[in-house]
Design a protein around this ligand. Structure first.
Ligand SMILES: [Fe+2]
Length: 305
């Protein structure tokens, strides 16, 4: 993606002085650091606290496969503040009716045993996040509940709460998002599923089969990188086990529940987007780019087969 396109899709206009400062450079080992990388470091450090950027990341951040249109409030999210806009003009029921309310539900992290690092029990939440699409087309978080079961010690945080309560609630969500993204979207749905297809291909199709010829180049490093991932990241003593709240036994629990909830249609981007009610959400570049790629691959496949 070009640098100018990246600038055009970010939720807030970056100041010109920042853009002008960003040029390719070299790190200490002589590798080129691209201007886009530098730009993102600076951009995120300037905008990470903002609600609009928080909402934007559910569409175009690391885990765009979780958000869905909310047609009915979940029973375990008893929202009491029914106002979704800071000016009090928009109410929750009406906005649900209009299709302007979205939900991110981290239920796959519910009751997962969190990791212990250096003798300290880590925090791992399973949040529910409600977002409102405002008149500018931005997704703004309006309510956050950090655990699944409503209870006195599980309050719902609102955008109208104090600045640091709200920021802390959003930070817990980002942390939960990291765990779910790494284990479900990344490890399971790319690495581990690819291994299933690779092994099946090697075991079941002769080398002269057209499907074998079509698929085999794409499996070239799959087994290799998965072995490395298990040894260096996931297993006891690996980076993920050593440093993350969802490492250790918790990682396996999350992988198991992610696999149980995985559906075939969720792997087919046109079906997935339709099922999640996201056909018309503005600024959803994951969908726009993904559908184009899907179409290209689909055309090629039909031509080949
Ligand atoms: Fe990877």
């Amino acid at each position: 993606m070009s640098f100018s396109k990246i600038l055009s899709i970010l939720p807030n206009d970056p100041p010109n002085c920042l853009i002008n400062k960003v040029t390719d450079s070299k790190d200490q080992t002589g590798h080129t650091i691209r201007q886009t990388d530098i730009f993102f470091f600076i951009y995120v450090s300037n905008h990470w606290k903002e609600d609009a950027f928080f909402g934007y990341q559910f569409l175009n951040g690391t885990n765009p496969i979780l958000i869905q249109c909310c047609t009915q409030l979940p029973n375990n999210l008893p929202v009491t503040d029914k106002t979704v806009s800071p000016d009090g003009q928009h109410n929750l029921a009406e906005e649900i009716e209009k299709g302007n309310i979205f939900l991110c539900d981290y239920k796959l992290l519910d009751e997962v045993e969190s990791n212990t690092i250096n003798g300290n029990k880590q925090f791992l939440t399973a949040p529910l996040v409600l977002l409102w699409k405002n008149n500018a087309g931005q997704l703004m978080p309006v309510a956050i509940q950090l655990k699944q079961k409503p209870a006195e010690d599980n309050p719902i945080f609102y955008h109208s709460d104090s600045e640091y309560d709200w920021l802390l609630a959003k930070t817990f969500v980002r942390s939960a998002n990291f765990s779910l993204y790494e284990l479900n979207a990344h490890l399971l749905r790319t690495h581990l599923l690819a291994e299933v297809f690779a092994v099946s291909l090697l075991c079941n199709l002769p080398m002269m089969h057209p499907l074998y010829k079509l698929l085999i180049p794409h499996t070239r490093y799959t087994l290799n990188i998965n072995c490395l991932a298990w040894m260096l990241l996931i297993f006891k003593g690996g980076t993920f086990a050593k440093f993350t709240s969802s490492g250790g036994e918790g990682a396996l629990t999350i992988l198991r529940s992610s696999l149980t909830s995985l559906t075939y249609s969720s792997l087919c981007i046109p079906d997935d987007i339709a099922e999640r009610g996201l056909k018309d959400v503005p600024n959803f570049h994951y969908r726009d780019d993904g559908l184009q790629l899907w179409e290209i691959i689909n055309r090629f496949y039909h031509y080949f087969v």
